[in-house]
Design a binder for this molecule. Structure first.
Ligand code: AMP
Length: 190
């Protein structure tokens, strides 16, 4: 089973992905975490993308596409991936379909966590105190939310058409969201 978890910054994608990974024995593929690691390790790619990430914009579809292909092509992860923060544009969604087809896989469910800008701002400020991410401040959080609103609509429409999209109320508490997600996954697992 391959799962996509989708939603604005601060929606709880990372938190919920970790639960799903443990429960269903999957691998979490967070493009944001992979990109932050490049910056931390001071790689050439890291130096190219740090200003983009810190301004709340998206890095190029090509860069993230190359990162995810490394996972999708790995037999150990076959049909066991939860895509956290990918795809974020229509081009990425189509690219993901092509890559999965190339490696004889598919997307099984798309979970969209819906949350308001007010909640996002609150959660990001809380997370800033714990994780100290350079892009977790109010100004950049608002920018990331706006970037999400602008780029996500075509992605949502794309998955609506293929009937894979499930909307989850991301305003609820962590364990409530978790239960709702488990029901949805168990339903498609049969
Ligand atoms: P996240 O950890 O998912 O909130 O991502 C942090 C930042 O990494 C985003 O604001 C983007 O700048 C970048 N990023 C992560 N995933 C993607 C993606 N799929 N496409 C483009 N940029 C991304």
């Amino acid at each position: 089973m391959n799962i996509i978890i989708f939603g604005p910054p601060g929606a709880g994608k990372g938190t919920q992905s970790k639960f799903i990974v443990n429960k269903y024995n999957l691998y979490q593929l967070s493009t944001g975490e992979l990109l932050r690691k490049e910056i931390k390790d001071k790689t050439e790619l890291g130096s190219k993308i740090s200003s983009i990430i810190n301004s709340g914009e998206l890095v190029s579809d090509k860069i993230v596409g190359d990162l995810i292909e490394k996972f999708i092509s790995n037999e150990n992860y076959k049909n066991k991936i939860i895509f956290d923060g990918y795809p974020r544009t229509l081009t990425q969604a189509k690219n993901l379909d092509n890559l999965l087809k190339k490696y004889k896989q598919k997307v099984d469910i798309v979970l969209k966590l819906s949350v308001s800008l007010e909640t996002v701002k609150k959660r990001i400020l809380e997370r800033q105190a714990q994780e100290k991410r350079a892009d977790d401040n109010e100004e950049v959080a608002i920018k990331r939310y706006k970037t999400y609103e602008k780029s996500s609509e075509p992605v949502i429409d794309y998955y609506k058409q293929s009937n894979l999209l499930k909307i989850v109320n991301g305003e609820a508490g962590i364990s409530e969201i978790n239960s709702e997600i488990r029901v949805l996954i168990d339903t498609i697992k049969g």
